[in-house]
Design a protein around this ligand. Sequence first.
Ligand SMILES: [Zn+2]
Ligand SMILES: [Zn+2]
Length: 466
Amino acid sequence: MPHHARCTRSTSARGPARLPRWPTLVALALLCAPAMAQDDATAVQRGADVVGDTPAALRQRVVDWRRDLHAHPELGHAEKRTAALVADHLRALGLSPVTGIAGTGVTAVLKGARPGPRIALRADMDALPVTEATGLPYASTAIGEYRGQPVGLMHACGHDMHVAILMGVAEALAARRDTLAGEVMFVFQPAEEGPPVAGAVFGAKQMLDEGVFDDFMPDAILGLHVWSRLSVGQVGVRAGPFMASADEWTLAIRGEQTHGSQPWAGVDPITVAAQVLLGTQAIIARQVDITATPVVLTAGQLNAGTRFNIIPDSATMVGTLRTFDMGVRDDVIARFRRTAEHFAAASGASAELTVAMNAPVTRNDPALTARLQPSLARVVGAGNVVETPLYTIAEDFSQFADRVPGFYFFVGTTPVGTDPARAPINHSPLYAPDEGALDVGLRALLQATLDFLGSPPAAGTSPPRA
Ligand SMILES: [Zn+2]
Ligand SMILES: [Zn+2]
């Protein structure tokens, strides 16, 4: 990932982690973004004053919450302790949290003193079945069970940071309630990483199905993800589609069992599986317009047979499909089904394809992005706002962003001096984000929220219970 560091020289010898302060920030923004669109500049002027440094007490509490969450990871739909911590905090801020949405989800609405727009802020809460190997003092030693297997548990995707950041943003916004115009819903979502059982409804979709927006339809929803491929102090954004749709597909091939020495006496499903697998790659190479949108079709499991001299009666393949356009996704699934069924028929076998969608394409609303990207620049400096490439990873934030305009950005976590391209990536047992990203995320999300609400200038982010 390219670094846009040519404008960070004046920040200090410590690099982008040492963030410039207002009014240095104004000067930097002007220097670094001479071509900033007129609309963006106007939006910045319209918005709230730039958020100041986070009070030290709140900054420390966010670090403490994150370390506590990190030491106590919980898998999707089992985030009981996490949800209780969140709900207690929201109550302490004077809010009335709703709990138990999609099992362990928590929401609360903060009403400003004056009427205004509605915005939702989302953080995901779940950890992963990964055994931590960072050696950090607050490293997880938790053990759990995933799909019947005992596993180590770890916040290897950094959702502990998302929860702590949103708790901090809630506190900073609650402190500004008297000057706030509009309403903010805090959405603490379970199970972003997928369902406990393949094919089940989970996470964001389940919250929506259970009516999370029934009584509070926001005008926009914001979210963020900590990300190893950016340095701490940088944020990443892209307008339009930027994370892929993700489907989990299963292909069941049925043949006819026979002795391994006499294949002509049966129907070999393993050979059919091999033909179909190569056929899927011909779909991508020969049938998809690769100049329009990338597509990835991967088989991650191929299961068949029990013994070297028996041709089994069936073979099963399981994999994932990633696209950046839902029309392309539907088209590729249709071509996959046709390819599988025809290869199977050619050998006298049958093939059945089932597809479970984990997430649609994640896209940033272009108008909302144009409006809020300058908010990020106000916090980190325009030179530290990086345009991200398309990522074939997926995010179920897309479920929310399919209902209302969404804006989602990445917050860099790799320590300055380490190459982000080589640092342990999210989901690695060695993923150890720089905690400086907590304050960057807090201030960026707070600034974007205040700018969206058009809140008048307010001093600092003083906590209500300092
Ligand atoms: Zn993840
Ligand atoms: Zn994640």
